[in-house]
Ligand binder design. Structure first.
Ligand code: ADP
Ligand code: FBP
Length: 319
């Protein structure tokens, strides 16, 4: 039973280990693996090729995705989805593993409603914003990239008695910001999920400064769109010389951590086993309280991810 793997949406470290496991595991099972190159655009354009062990040699430690990814405007149109399905049919591919985020799963749900296609999604995004799973491929590596950057920024901030505002990614989700603020000892954290209390924060900082604090680290989730407001406030209201660092796309790169590699292997094996089991449901591999499972795609795409309230509550105890 020929199966294919593709990446879609924002790339994330862990894609390459998943791609490697997909190829190795399918050969082990005596099945034929295919790659869809260039994400959904590649699916539309028929960029589907058999994969070999040689293709996946030496990729385990690399960020990004050797088969590339894309965001596709054309995939919103039925005609292009039909073309994509016909391209898969040409190779007798009946099952597809998709490494992507909620947008990609929405795309696959639509396609599987229209055509007889089975797919399994592996949640892959640094944002950790997918409903139904505690974690996603790429999150752990991104958190470690951010930690590394924050440790370095702290060095210069403390030496120069400055405030630093560091903007992290996450779209509308504040997960990366919350975990980074807690684990890097930031004084301030702004996320879309919580209203920022200027007054309380001001009193808190002023008190700490009176007691000897000479630098401040503020983590701002991009979804708040408040990076420069906070910088302005720190400079003019709190009275500390302030610099802004937008971490940007470095958060998407780098060698996948051990956790992301393990997650990639575990998810890929489950995805392949499900597709080979000949059941026709479309699923997403999830992790809940350390246990792996599978959820129906419509449950995943029709619900919104919420950060654990206990984790959010820890923002009240930053100091
Ligand atoms: N409702 C939809 N119908 C068809 N295609 C969609 C839909 N939503 C998303 N897509 C496709 O999925 C791609 C990836 O989604 P995006 O949100 O960019 O990334 P992610 O999968 O990381 O969330 C989009 O570029 C688009 O081609
Ligand atoms: O790479 P682009 O198109 O600039 O998109 C940036 C966005 O992609 C991300 O890095 C990852 O998002 P997805 O995984 O949902 O694609 C977001 O954190 C960020 O807002």
């Amino acid at each position: 039973m020929p199966l294919a793997i593709m990446c879609s949406g924002g790339d994330a470290p862990g894609m390459n280990p998943a791609i490697k496991k997909f190829v190795d595991y399918l050969y082990e099972k005596g099945e034929k693996p295919y790659f869809v190159y260039n994400g959904l655009d590649g699916l539309i354009d028929g960029k589907i090729h058999p994969a070999t062990h040689k293709d996946v040699g030496g990729i385990l430690h690399r960020g990004g995705a050797i088969i590339r990814s894309s965001r596709s405007k054309r995939f919103y149109e039925y005609e292009y989805r039909k073309q994509a399905y016909e391209n898969l049919k040409k190779h007798d591919i009946t099952g597809l593993v998709v490494l992507g985020g909620d947008g990609s799963f929405r795309a696959m749900e639509k396609m599987s409603q229209e055509f007889p296609l089975n797919f399994v999604g592996i949640p892959t995004t640094i944002d950790n914003d997918i409903y139904g799973t505690d974690t996603c491929l790429g999150v752990d590596t991104a958190l470690n990239v951010i930690r590394d950057a924050l440790d370095k920024i702290r060095d210069t901030a403390s030496t120069f008695s400055r405030a630093f505002v560091v903007e992290v990614m996450g779209r509308e989700c504040g997960y990366l910001a919350v975990v980074s603020a807690i684990t890097s000892g930031a004084e301030i954290c702004l996320v879309p999920e919580v209203d920022f209390n200027w007054h309380v924060a001001r009193e808190h900082l002023k008190r700490e400064i009176r007691h000897g604090r000479n630098y401040v680290l503020a983590i701002v989730a991009e979804g708040t769109k408040m990076t420069f407001d906070i910088a302005d406030w720190l400079e003019n209201d709190i009275g500390m010389e302030t610099r802004v660092t937008v971490l940007g796309h470095i958060q998407r790169g780098g060698s996948p951590t051990v956790n992301d590699r393990m997650l990639a292997f575990e998810c890929t094996i489950r995805a392949v086993d499900h597709l080979l089991s000949a059941t026709s449901s479309n699923k997403v591999v999830v992790v809940e309280n350390g246990n792996f499972g599978m959820k129906e795609i419509d449950e995943i795409v029709n619900n919104k991810y919420q950060i654990d309230p206990e984790l959010l509550g820890m923002l009240n105890r930053l100091d």
